[in-house]
Design a protein around this ligand. Sequence first.
Ligand SMILES: N[C@@H](CCC(=O)N[C@@H](CS)C(=O)NCC(=O)O)C(=O)O
Length: 199
Amino acid sequence: MKLYTTHRSPYARKVLITAIEKGFMNEISCVEVDLRNKPPELQKANPLGKIPALVTNSGTCYYESSIICDYLDSLSEPRLMPLDPNSQIEVRNLCALSDGITNLAVDHFKETLRPEEKQSRGLLKKFQTTIGYSLTHINDLLPTFGTNITPATISLISALGYVSFRLPELNWRETLPNLSEWETLFSNRESVKETALLI
Ligand SMILES: N[C@@H](CCC(=O)N[C@@H](CS)C(=O)NCC(=O)O)C(=O)O
């Protein structure tokens, strides 16, 4: 399998953590992509031109990080996704919340890339406030995330890593000690250490 990726992508990190947890890293060759100069083969594999994109051995391309994680999870037992439908919907809901935080942090970063005089202070503030509000909400929801590795915990680990990297000024570890403690539980896991975003 071929995975188009970039080392600073929180979405690709979800896929890599899943691949390591499922023991598939030896079967995946990673292609590091320069997003400012996308190779034609990425566009060919994924018409959206986004990473992560996974091309399977039979040539199928999966585009969205959650779909790629689902695909990898489906390849072997035990599954990271709980089998019970009610638990599944809970896990997917928590994934949506965590991925939503990642999306806000990415949008914030994109805004900071614009020339300073064109950046919207209001928009940046709105992204920061919504991230802060969502992290506080997750702090209260932590028991539902649990401490097993699931697609939801993977999404949350990835979101927290990205927020810490791009928005250190939010200082969430100081204000949300429960969430910080929860993150620490996972920090020595091989899949988490090996995929830590490079700064
Ligand atoms: N919802 C998508 C988001 C993927 C995404 O936005 N990836 C970014 C890199 S972090 C990208 O490829 N950006 C390049 C572009 O949009 O052209 C997922 O979960 O896979």
